[in-house]
Design a protein around this ligand. Structure first.
Ligand code: GLN
Length: 458
């Protein structure tokens, strides 16, 4: 089929599913058809494009797309149309991928359920009374419901892996610095990383090869050669020698949903049957990831979000009498509750007198978590744990209790604090037929290992 045909079919499917799912904040129909025509023309002219040529993709709405609104699901950026293209979308377009729409998310990527979006609540395709996870919930539900083949998300504390787990798809957060963040709206700059969703490990490996790589426009982007991520996609581990997989001791047992625990143990048995050696590894500071994250991330967010003042971009409340009241009114009415909560926590943690007690302490804990991982990877190649202690919860269930919402990220956050790559792959269902995710973590820049283990398991 031609790219135009695939695009038309996809757009029709989206039309029929969106009234229930609300995965997208905007459908970029015109742009998609134009891009598809271009791909067909390039192919007709004999050009070998890439495996992504003509493939429909969704883009999280915190990734800037030239000429197309990029709202971060916030009122404060309601009419923001970026004058430039992010590096990741440019790379995908050059590879012939077709952008179908901008995906819904938690406002400024702050949340675990997609419910803090100022515009709409996205449903989980497995049970529409439940959340898709967050913050990249729209990107995950779109792939799960076949509204697109691959989608981009961002992951600061689990925002790709958690929704991948809740929606039963593959989600990878690469090593910090592997993928350019030029054009990604900043949340917590020492943690943010762009990654992607797909239905198969192979699709994820192919797509990561396209978006990874050094970018002079992003000073945190690493200058390295990108390996061939599809080279090790083979059915079991034996031909490549023994793979050692460590179960993170602190993640099993208490607090874990019964069915999540069962599915995880079954997945470990399966990995062993494929030829992996299984060990139990202790990461004693793993559980301090969550509290240290909720100092570091809001602190960085409070600084990053200072730029939304009604002057340079986005929404401005016109009712202010002077500059200061214009700022206050714009920010009061432009940001939602969760974003304001983070700004207040972050501003408090960074203020004089509190900095040492909170921010500095959190950074020290972060170092201890990094050391736990360093030590673990002297003993095993890959670490494994459930992606989330629970499966998808009901919409509205955790809204009144931010702490219980924060707890869903217990297993994913330490990975961001250490800058490591992590992948979530489907590993079964609970008694309500809701998907469960298996998280695999590797040392920095060993995405090839993650793909190898994930592919053999899948
Ligand atoms: N749920 C976490 C938060 O609210 C993680 C979000 C993310 O990774 N962007 O901060």
């Amino acid at each position: 089929r031609s790219a135009v045909e695939i695009t038309r079919e996809t757009l029709e499917k989206i039309q029929s599913l969106e009234p229930k799912l609300h995965s997208f904040l905007c459908i970029t129909e015109e742009k998609a058809l134009k891009q598809a025509q271009l791909v067909d023309a390039r192919i007709a002219a004999g050009e070998q494009i890439s495996l992504l040529a003509g493939i429909p993709i969704g883009i999280k709405d915190n990734i800037c797309t030239k000429g197309i609104t990029t709202t971060c699901a916030s009122r404060i950026l309601e009419n923001f149309v970026p004058p430039y293209e992010s590096t990741v979308t440019q790379k995908l377009f050059d590879a012939g991928a077709v952008m179908i729409g901008k995906a819904n998310m938690d406002e400024f990527a702050m949340g675990s359920s997609c419910e803090t979006s100022a515009y709409q609540v996205t449903a989980n395709p497995w049970d529409i009374s439940r959340v898709p996870g967050g913050s990249s919930g729209g990107s995950a539900s779109a792939v799960a419901a076949d509204e697109c083949v691959v989608s981009l998300g961002s992951d600061t504390g689990g925002s790709i892996r958690l929704p991948a787990s809740f929606c039963g798809v593959v989600g990878i957060k690469p090593t910090y610095g592997l993928v350019s963040r030029y054009g990604l709206v900043a949340y917590a700059s020492s943690l943010d990383q762009i990654g992607l969703f797909s239905r198969s490990v192979e699709d994820a490996a192919i797509s990561l090869s396209v978006i990874a790589g050094h970018d002079p426009k992003d000073s945190t982007s690493l200058s390295i050669c990108i390996p061939n991520y599809t080279a090790n996609l083979i059915p079991d581990f034996k031909p490549k020698g023994k793979i050692k997989i460590g179960i993170i001791k602190e993640t099993i047992g208490e607090g874990l949903d019964y069915f999540v625990n069962q599915a995880f143990l079954k997945a470990i048995d399966q990995l062993q049957a494929l030829g992996a050696e299984i060990r139990i590894i202790s990461c004693p500071h793993f559980c301090y990831g969550l509290p240290s994250y909720y100092i570091i991330a809001p602190s960085e967010a409070s600084a990053n979000l200072a730029r939304y003042d009604g002057v340079k971009y986005g929404y401005r409340n016109e009712n202010g009498d002077d500059l200061v009241s214009m700022y206050a009114k714009t920010r009061s009415s432009g940001f939602g509750t969760e974003v304001k909560r983070r700004i207040i926590i972050g501003t408090y943690a960074l203020s004089t007198g509190y900095y040492d007690a909170y921010y500095l302490k959190a950074q020290k804990v972060r170092t201890l978590i990094q050391k736990d991982f360093e030590n673990a990877f002297t003993q095993v190649d890959v670490l494994a744990c459930p992606t989330s202690p629970v499966t998808a919860f009901k919409s509205g269930e955790k809204n009144a209790d931010p702490l219980s919402m924060y707890l869903t990220d217990l297993m994913t956050i330490p990975v961001n604090l250490a800058g490591l790559p992590g992948i979530s792959i489907p590993c079964g269902f609970d008694n309500k037929n809701l998907p469960i995710g298996l998280q695999l973590i590797s040392n920095a820049l060993r995405e090839d290992l993650l793909f190898q283990v994930a592919y053999a398991y899948e």
